[in-house]
Design a protein around this ligand. Structure first.
Ligand SMILES: Nc1ncnc2c1ncn2[C@@H]1O[C@H](COP(=O)(O)OP(=O)(O)OP(=O)(O)O)[C@@H](O)[C@H]1O
Ligand SMILES: Cc1cn([C@H]2C[C@H](O)[C@@H](COP(=O)(O)O)O2)c(=O)[nH]c1=O
Length: 225
């Protein structure tokens, strides 16, 4: 008679998926860089990416062009633009899963909530409106994108974010696009982001005051859970 020991289940290690969200110029990229450095100092392996993937995906390339006035009325179509952003992420999903299997932490500069916030803000809808529901159906239910462990909202007043985006335009010769130059859109986005965080849209949120320099050490602790 075969004697069996306790069954061992091999569970593949899965890293934590952390998303940084916020207005244009809020300081997301700067925070991703700071957090990556701090987590690596703590001995964790970190992968990071930013959406849209302008140089890696044709949908993101089209987004950039439409945001600078090309492709006729494409930029004016909220759903059309949102589908392009979503297809960029769908194309990245396998790499994202591979990164999650290989690293302790995967940090993303923007993800699905950017589509929800900007689209709903452009349409004048709230978080419980049709647009946010549609984004969820498309990207979460239909495309099956990985769910973030934490969505971190880097919250700064819209005028501060605009000032930072202007500063970056001068120092890095990066032209501001249609969304970045639209102050009332940024104001509405700030409200949408606050509501997404408040309602815990899709996964847990943490709101971080981005007016001053964020405390990377404390945030690294929150990121690791
Ligand atoms: N805490 C901060 N205080 C002051 N300036 C900051 C801070 N964080 C970032 N900046 C500066 O603000 C500008 C915008 O920062 P960054 O590129 O990180 O923003 P972003 O949110 O990634 O922007 P976008 O979404 O438009 O790509 C940069 O010039 C950056 O050096
Ligand atoms: C990923 C994503 C982005 N947006 C918006 C947000 C910005 O205004 C622009 C470009 O993004 P960047 O960070 O300035 O490069 O696009 C969006 O509406 N939906 C999305 O999914």
């Amino acid at each position: 008679m075969a004697v069996r020991g306790p069954r061992l289940r091999i569970v593949p290690a899965v890293g934590r998926l952390i998303v940084i969200e916020g207005l244009d110029g809020a300081g997301k990229r700067t925070l991703v860089d700071g957090l990556t450095a701090r987590l690596r100092e703590r001995g964790r392996s970190v992968a990071h990416a930013a959406f849209p993937r302008y140089t890696a995906d044709v949908h993101a390339e089209l987004v950039a062009e439409a945001l600078h006035g090309e492709h006729g009325d494409l930029g004016a179509s909220v759903h059309g633009m949102a589908v392009l952003y979503a297809l960029d992420r769908r194309g990245a999903a396998d790499d994202l899963r591979a990164d999650l299997a290989a690293h302790d932490v995967v940090l993303l500069d923007r993800y699905v909530a950017s589509n929800a916030a900007y689209g709903a803000a452009r349409l004048g809808q709230d978080v419980d409106g049709d647009f946010v529901r549609w984004v969820r159906e498309l990207e979460v239910e239909r495309f099956g994108l990985p769910r973030p462990d934490l969505q971190l909202l880097l919250q700064v007043p819209a005028d501060v974010a605009a000032g930072r985006a202007e500063h970056r335009e001068r120092t890095e010769t990066r032209r501001r696009d249609r969304f970045e130059s639209d102050s009332s859109l940024q104001q509405r986005c700030a409200e949408l982001y606050a509501r997404l965080a408040e309602t815990g849209w899709w996964s847990p949120w943490l709101v971080v005051d981005g007016s001053a320099r964020p405390d990377h050490e404390a945030l690294a602790g929150r990121v690791l859970g």
